[in-house]
Design a binder for this molecule. Structure first.
Ligand code: SF4
Length: 869
């Protein structure tokens, strides 16, 4: 009998495969996706023939086949069941931790790689490599031997991951097999799979590897100017085909889907899911995100982290506002207020403090976290895995997790239960463990598991190349075929000796093998649909791309950029022409001429609209919640430190006279005195935080003094000096941080605790003109102006001086008199523009970054489709 392909089956053709399945054939698929689609196709076929009930067909992916066979062999021979995947994972991580605590300790990635290498040996029916490889290989061999010893000590085996053992069991008749065994979707079989296939045939089964589909096309090759154009074209193509035919199965295969998933999802949602004027096209995208990133799972993880000790304020704020807690909706406002206060007031909390913070306005949340605090107090120091699994579940119940979760969250919730159940099975291989160890494992398992909501049978599938092998479609577009993504060449396995991998021709041992494999995969994809398009772009957001040779060989033509305007672009184009209103306020009346703070000049220079918003409309940005002290408080304390220090010790020789201990003491006293001026701000934090902050300031001051000592001799003659000046129509005032005298000449210094501004004092719109204001106010004796950095990242000076040797690395301005002589007019013009009501949205480069008024000035509003090139 000649069987039709699995693809014809999924396409709905009346194939002998249906009969084979109905007669009890076993179909082993290359991956879960193909198994799922075969199940759906079979069900569709039977429903079409009027059947309402039927036996579940024996279709399963290869890994499940091996697991099932290993269980069957054990049941036949008696004995204990093979290790589960979670148990194996635990053993590997235990062994890695025990092997060399100083080198690899707790390295989950290494344990995962070791398990992967172990599986690779099993799939290729290979023994452990001989010693003599590199250090990593030797460690792996030692770990693998320890793994085998541990299995023997436990009286267990890992047959569930060793297909060769399954082949032996089949050959020995310890496993019943179907009369017909079909392999679907395999581009090639591994040696262990070949062994299983041979064993089935030797037992008299009819064994076939279903041929991959081949519609006989060549593939239409296109190259687009940009990656966005390419993706837009592919999505519009799918939308148009599906809308035109009203049914069908289409696929978008993305060569590097893992890297591109976010971008693809964003544009797919824009084009397929909710574009006005067109019907929604259902689609499914593979390669889900880590289970730990699903919001309902993230909430559970935060509950468990909180149960274990302290939780960062940001995480705690996210937790109490989570919709996955009891009564989340009813107490939404109160919880949000509590989250804001917590963020502004502390850096981390424990469960008792959190419960206390919620007591006022959120009684349900308060009760939940108080319950959790009570439970946690009774937790044992060590417990078995199954006991911890129960306690972890109890912690979630205490706070009412998962609350009123939506239906689409239930697959993720079920996955959490599944991970906890797997964790509980560790009881058989692990002794008592601490909560930290238990949580670490569960957290890792949730992070490792890819969450892929089980799909139906959407007309558009977005897949990676290997996932599409074995499926058939009405149309297929393979994209991102450029030099950075295709052919996908991966490095050899890091834990197996390269010579060993090459001797056995393991995957990725030779680059040319990867290239040949990629070529075959592309041919398979081209054959998977009657209409196939292959494409690349010449540029993406990171730069130029070279289209793959496969496209060139197919005579690729330039792709036409599709006409597509995003929803935002459409809405923007249809908006009222608000931009036509001039941004101009009435001139200030004569009564309102100041005094204004000199910061007005900086705002006017940075962006006239900002100056108008800030100084006339009082439109200030909201405080952004964040950890710890606000930048404003930190800056004020740092200024205070300088003021106190240089008030008491105005020149280097004064502090150089102190011995090391006395100087350290003096620095600490200075910082403590400065912190005392902000006592209310510090009072909200634990003592440890205040101490840490003090140590940081002490380090900064010590470093600053070191730099000061390298300067030519100077003396600080003024600190926080008030100055006043009339600029054009306005009276203005300011405060000079420090005035130094160097060799009889005056230098004005302005401290900067954040980013150091550019020294651009010769432009029409200097970024920070306060120093010019101070210089003009102080008069012609000023011989230098400087920023002094007070941050760990930006220390040192940025200065202009009339003469050299006043400050290190200062720029000496040869025509000082002429340059400074222009500053009064510059300041008068800035003040005059402000007074006249000019308020254009015209920011300097980078000015918007720290402004916070973008929602008011609407600088970000623009059309377009979100092009990322
Ligand atoms: S966000 Fe930018 S454009 Fe808007 S007011 Fe601030 S600086 Fe001006």
């Amino acid at each position: 009998m000649v069987l039709k392909t699995a693809n014809e089956f999924t396409g709905g053709a009346d194939s002998e495969l249906y009969a084979a399945l109905a007669a009890g054939a076993c179909v082993i698929t290359a991956n879960n996706r193909l198994a799922h689609h075969l199940h759906l196709g079979y069900a569709r076929h039977l429903r079409a023939t009027g059947r309402r009930v039927w036996e579940t067909p024996d279709i399963l992916p290869w890994s499940a086949f091996v697991q099932r066979s290993a269980e069957a062999a054990r049941a036949h021979a008696g004995g204990r069941s093979p290790l589960t995947a979670a148990q194996e994972q635990w053993l590997w991580s235990e062994l890695v931790t025990e092997y060399d605590p100083g080198f690899l300790c707790q390295d989950r990635a290494f344990a995962a790689q070791a398990a992967e290498a172990w599986q690779l040996l099993a799939d290729y029916a290979l023994p452990l490599p001989e010693a003599g490889g590199d250090r990593e290989s030797e460690i792996f061999v030692a770990l693998a031997r320890a793994f085998m010893r541990r299995l023997a000590a436990l009286g267990r085996d890992d047959a569930a991951h060793d297909p060769t053992r399954v082949a032996e069991a089949i050959g020995a008749g310890r496993i019943a097999i179907s009369a017909q065994v079909l392999w679907a979707g395999f581009e090639r079989l591994t040696p262990a799979q070949e062994a299983v296939k041979r064993a089935c045939a030797a037992r008299g089964a009819h064994v076939s590897v279903l041929p991959l589909p081949n519609w006989g096309g060549e593939g239409d090759a296109r190259i687009f100017a940009t990656a966005t154009e390419e993706l837009t074209a592919a999505l519009l193509w799918a939308r148009e085909r599906i809308a035109r035919e009203g049914h069908g199965r289409y696929a978008l295969v993305v060569a590097d889907l893992a890297a591109e998933r976010r971008r693809v999802v964003r544009l797919a949602h824009e084009i397929l899911a909710s574009h006005p004027g067109a019907e929604t096209v259902p689609y499914e995208i593979s390669l889900g995100t880590a289970l730990g990133e699903a919001p309902v799972v993230a909430a559970a993880l935060r509950v468990w982290q909180l149960a274990g000790g302290m939780l960062a304020a940001g995480e705690a704020a996210a937790l109490i506002q989570s919709p996955f807690l009891h009564e989340a909706k009813a107490e939404r406002s109160a919880r949000a207020r509590c989250a804001y206060e917590m963020l502004m007031g502390t850096s981390e909390v424990d469960v008792t403090a959190l419960a206390r913070a919620l007591r006022g306005g959120a009684p349900s949340a308060h009760a939940g976290f108080a319950r959790l605090a009570g439970i946690v107090r009774r937790w044992p120091r060590r417990a078995s895995a199954s006991a911890w699994a129960g306690l972890l579940m109890g912690a979630l119940s205490a706070v009412g997790w998962p609350g009123a979760a939506a239906r689409e969250d239930y697959q993720a919730i079920a996955a959490v239960h599944d991970v906890l159940e797997s964790f509980a099975t560790l009881e058989a291989v692990a002794g008592g463990m601490s909560y930290a160890r238990a949580l670490g494992f569960v957290q890792g398992a949730l992070g490792d598991r890819v969450f892929q909501p089980r799909g139906g049978d959407a007309p558009l599938q977005i897949l990676g190349p290997l996932e599409a092998i074995g499926l058939t479609f009405d149309g297929l577009w393979v994209m991102n075929l450029h030099d950075r993504a295709w052919p996908a060449v991966r490095p050899p396995h890091p834990l197996l000796p390269l010579a060993f991998q090459r001797a056995h021709r393991l995957p990725h041992a030779f680059v040319e093998d990867d290239i040949r494999f990629a070529g075959r995969v592309l041919e398979d994809l081209v054959g998977a649909a009657p209409e196939t398009i292959l494409s690349s772009a010449r540029h993406d957001a990171s730069g130029a791309l070279r289209p793959s040779r496969a496209l060139i060989a197919r005579g690729a033509v330039d792709g036409q950029a599709p006409a597509f305007v995003s929803r935002f672009g459409q809405a923007f184009a249809a908006r009222a022409a608000l931009e036509d209103y001039p941004v101009r306020a009435a001139p200030l009346d004569d009564a309102r001429t100041g005094p204004f703070a000199a910061g007005l000049l900086a705002a006017q220079a940075a962006c006239p609209f900002r100056a108008m918003a800030q100084y006339r409309l009082r439109a200030d940005a909201l405080d952004a919640p964040g950890y710890g002290l606000t930048p404003a408080v930190r800056g004020a304390v740092a200024h205070k430190v300088m003021e106190i220090w240089f008030g008491e010790l105005p020149e280097p020789r004064a502090w150089l006279a102190l011995d090391t201990d006395a100087r350290a003491r003096r620095i600490a006293e200075t910082v403590a005195a400065a912190q005392a001026t902000a006592a209310d701000d510090y009072a909200r934090f634990p003592a440890a935080f205040v101490v840490l902050e003090a140590r940081r300031m002490e380090r900064l001051l010590a470093q600053f003094l070191e730099r000061e000592e390298a300067r030519p001799a100077f003396r600080v003659v003024e600190r926080e000096k008030e100055v006043a000046l009339r600029c054009g129509p306005l009276a203005m005032r300011g405060r000079i941080d420090r005035v130094d005298v160097v060799d009889g000449r005056t230098v004005l210094i302005d401290y900067k605790t954040g980013r150091m501004p550019a020294v651009d004092w010769m432009t029409d719109r200097p970024e920070y003109p306060q120093l010019l204001f101070y210089a003009v106010a102080e008069g012609p004796q000023v011989a230098g102006i400087a920023y002094a950095g007070l941050s760990a990242r930006d220390g040192g000076y940025k200065a202009w001086t009339r003469d050299d040797a006043l400050l290190p690395e200062a720029t000496v301005v040869a025509d000082w008199g002429q340059v400074t002589g222009a500053w009064p007019a510059l300041l008068a013009r800035l003040a005059g523009d402000f007074a006249a009501g000019g308020g254009a949205v015209d920011p300097l480069n980078g000015a918007c970054e720290y402004c916070g008024r973008e929602g008011f000035c609407r600088i970000d509003e623009g059309g377009g489709g979100g092009d990322d090139e």
